[in-house]
Ligand binder design. Structure first.
Ligand SMILES: [Zn+2]
Ligand SMILES: [Zn+2]
Length: 402
């Protein structure tokens, strides 16, 4: 307390004039000095030393005596939610803030704390005691904003993130919900009122179970890339983060949810694990190579030795790919350069061949095979001098670091 009293001694208290302050507002003027004291304790000591009179507080009008009540308000609001960590924020009347700032300059102070910061800390401590949960600055489950002018609490419930890898066992379902292209999701005759182009998606199959458990208001699937709708996703699966918005519950029966997803027969997951927003960034930025299984039909028979030779040639050179015809309506028409890490022939009967191709992230594998009317160069069709049709495509491995 000595440090605080030493700082208070040279202050010209006559500058206060008729204004009186509560202990907390007085102590907060020295809030950055002396550890282990509340501002109220600091203020009481300064008042005694400087013989300052008491009276209604000119700065806060009694707000600092209402922290218990505000904390109860927050705790009441939090009752409906399951969470582990929280953070208190506050809105303070700009006039109150203006008054405290004018006091700082009138008294020429240097170690004051702002009222807002005191509110956040003091209400936070009390909420912590009431709800028996920990505050978290970096990553709270729930942020409670206390509006001190209206005694109103707004909750910002942060999403729940879960990560896993999915396998898509069937063709014909998109990774994420695909809104109907006629009604854009409202529901029309074309989509049978569903608002969707496809009855389900990997996202919906995964999210349905977690939504049921968590009571969230919405969801998003963040995948490490995506496979075509008609491609399966096999091997050890594709990493993703599932985001559940405003979950009521965060401690879920994840094994049960996994089992129910796996019972769908369409999509499988390995195990849902807790994740954070940082995992979303990581999964979105990964540039992993991928291995594909391609079933291709030749317009006329191709000799096995010739096929093997041309595939070896494809491996050796960079591939220039203009945005494929099938996606150019929704993506910029540019040219990307990718390399084929490995191209192997698994089997062939002369007109149909099964290939295994490992390509750099972002490669268009169907186009690598059929050439897309010269937009991908070189292509297998070009090399062979025979038109190629992709019958089936599967992603069989994603070579990520996760
Ligand atoms: Zn006050
Ligand atoms: Zn529609």
């Amino acid at each position: 307390m000595d440090e605080i009293l030493a700082a208070a001694r040279p202050v010209d208290w006559s500058k206060l004039g008729e204004r009186t302050l509560c202990d907390a507002c007085l102590g907060r003027l020295f809030g950055k000095l002396g550890h282990g004291h509340t501002n109220e304790e600091r203020g009481a000591a300064v008042r005694a030393a400087a013989t300052l009179r008491t009276g209604p507080c000119w700065v806060c009008s009694g707000l600092t005596s209402r922290y218990d009540a505000l904390a109860r308000l927050v705790a009441k609001k939090l009752e409906l939610w399951e969470f582990d960590t929280f953070l208190i924020g506050s809105k303070v009347d700009p006039e109150v803030q203006g008054r405290e700032e004018s006091l700082w300059s009138d008294l020429a102070l240097a170690n004051q704390e702002a009222l807002k910061s005191e509110i956040n800390r003091e209400v936070g401590k009390r909420v912590c005691d009431l709800v028996k949960k920990e505050p978290s600055l970096a990553n709270p489950d729930i942020l409670a904003i206390v509006d001190t002018s209206f005694d109103h609490v707004d909750l910002h419930v942060n999403p729940l993130f879960l990560r896993a890898r999915y396998r898509k066992l069937v063709r014909g379902i998109p990774q994420t919900r695909w809104p109907c292209n006629r009604c854009r999701g409202k529901g029309c005759a074309k989509c049978g009122g569903t608002g969707k182009m496809y009855p389900t998606s990997v996202e919906e199959i995964l999210a349905t179970e977690i939504m049921r458990e968590s009571g969230g208001t919405g969801h998003a699937l963040h995948g490490m890339g995506r496979e075509d709708i008609d491609a399966r996703m096999l091997g050890s699966g594709r990493p993703f983060v599932l985001e559940i918005k405003e979950p009521r519950k965060r401690h879920l029966d994840l094994a049960g949810a996994r089992d129910r997803v796996n019972a769908s027969g369409q999509v499988e997951v390995d195990a849902f694990l807790p994740a954070t927003r940082a995992d979303v960034v990581a999964v979105k930025s990964d540039r992993a190579d991928k291995t594909y299984r391609v079933l291709v039909r030749f317009a006329s028979p191709v000799d096995e030795a010739k096929l093997k030779e041309e595939m070896t040639i494809l491996e050796a050179q960079p591939i220039a790919q203009r945005t494929p015809t099938r996606v150019v309506h929704r993506r910029a028409d540019t040219t990307r350069h990718r390399s084929i890490k490995r191209a192997e022939l698994l089997s062939t009967d002369g007109t149909v061949a099964e290939l295994r191709v490992t390509a750099e992230a972002g490669s268009y594998v169907k186009e690598l095979v059929h050439g897309d009317q010269g937009r991908t160069k070189p292509s297998l069709a070009d090399q062979l001098g025979v038109a190629c049709e992709v019958l089936e495509l599967d992603v069989v491995e994603i070579h990520d670091e996760r």
